[in-house]
Design a protein around this ligand. Structure first.
Ligand code: F0G
Length: 352
């Protein structure tokens, strides 16, 4: 049996690493590509729909692909500390990989707008966590300035190595599917991941590994849709806190990815997100966080609008695990019922 070695070793030829790069890995990547038959039935049976379940990465989100690169390269240049702003997942991943590398992590998250699981991860891995009384965009501005003036390496996706690592998601999809899909659907927050996937598909195409290129389709939450609305959103709002971003760092490249690939950007409301969130959990048995459900909500909306050619193969990146955000899950599920420790009372509740 061949053991998975993490994305740097598996895709070394496509990544800016050398013999001198100290590889810091948690054996990220190799996430399952899960068919979604019920979703296909409920929408259009002639579509092939697959879910790239990135929540099954070591820290529970796709960020680990970029972080193995960012931390390895930081270590190569002798860095002893890293810093990032985050809506939660980047901070969890940075904290874990920094711990693995034996260096410090400083993370800044928006107060009151970060899911519980993510906050607990950053803390337990030993990061210094600062909660800013403001939003993600403000936190990012601050950490960028700090990294310019102090001996700490910025590991947000403005660090070019992050996107290099994240593009391996596209390589894996092609390897698992045996081709590139017709459409790739993905949630958009700071806009790094859609940029990285498009880069990955193009590189694989150029290397002759696939013959096709997908159309890149991005989804933003309706209350946090700067790219869709073509303006900075000063006070973004959405239940999907991971993508609650009003001024994405990779705005330009993401727009280019959608244009070059003949894709598009659309919005989904919080109501649509939560409906898709429950649907995915109940109908497919897959528990992903609300930002990931934005993609499923987008799928449903786009199919209703007849935007996909029939018979197409669609990939949806589900970016983060549902356990990241237990509060939203509990609010979205039916309440547990308390019962006395007596079989009759239990049977009465079960209707058996
Ligand atoms: N989905 C999840 C679960 C995320 O955590 C993020 C981004 C996105 C989607 C959007 O990806 O930013 O590349 O467009 N989370 C960042 C963070 C901002 O700080 O964890 P993007």
């Amino acid at each position: 049996m061949k053991t998975w070695r993490g994305v740097i070793e598996e895709y070394r030829d496509f990544l800016p690493v050398s013999d001198k790069t100290p590889v810091v890995t948690l054996f990220e990547g190799n996430t399952p590509l899960v068919p979604a038959p019920r979703l296909a039935e409920a929408t259009d049976a002639r579509m092939q729909i697959y879910l790239k379940c990135e929540g099954f990465n070591p820290t529970g989100s796709f960020k680990d692909r970029g972080m193995t690169m960012a931390i390895s390269k930081a270590l190569e240049t002798g860095a002893r500390a890293v810093i990032c702003a985050s809506t939660g997942n980047t901070s969890a991943s940075a904290a874990a990989f920094a711990a693995r590398a034996g260096i410090r992590a400083f993370v800044m998250v928006p107060k009151g707008a970060i899911a519980l699981g993510k906050l607990s991860q950053a803390g337990i891995h030993g990061a210094r966590v600062l909660m800013v009384d403001g939003n993600f965009d403000q936190a990012l501005t601050i950490v960028r300035q700090i990294a310019e003036r102090h001996p700490v390496t910025l590991v947000n996706s403005v660090n070019p190595f992050r996107l290099e690592g994240q593009k391996t998601g596209a390589f894996e999809v092609c390897d698992q599917l045996g081709r590139a899909p017709d459409y790739h659907l993905i949630p958009v927050g700071n806009a790094g991941n859609i940029t990285a996937y498009w880069r990955g598909y193009r590189e694989y195409h150029r290397a002759g590994r696939v013959r096709e290129l997908p159309r890149m389709v991005g989804f933003q939450a309706a209350g946090a849709a700067p790219i869709y609305e073509n303006r900075i959103i000063e006070e973004p709002r959405t239940v999907a806190t991971a993508i609650k971003i009003g001024n994405p760092a990779s705005w330009g490249p993401a727009l280019e990815a959608m244009k070059d690939s003949r894709g598009w950007v659309d919005i989904v409301t919080d109501e649509e997100i939560l409906r898709a969130y429950r649907l995915l959990a109940r109908e497919e048995g897959i528990f992903m966080e609300p930002a990931s459900a934005a993609t499923v909500a987008g799928l449903i909306k786009s199919i209703k609008a007849g935007r996909f050619e029939s018979g197409s193969t669609l990939i949806l990146t589900l970016t983060g695990h549902g356990l990241k955000d237990p509060d939203t899950a509990l609010e979205s599920a039916s309440r547990p019922t308390t019962v006395p420790p007596q079989i009759d009372a239990v049977l009465a509740q079960l209707g058996l």
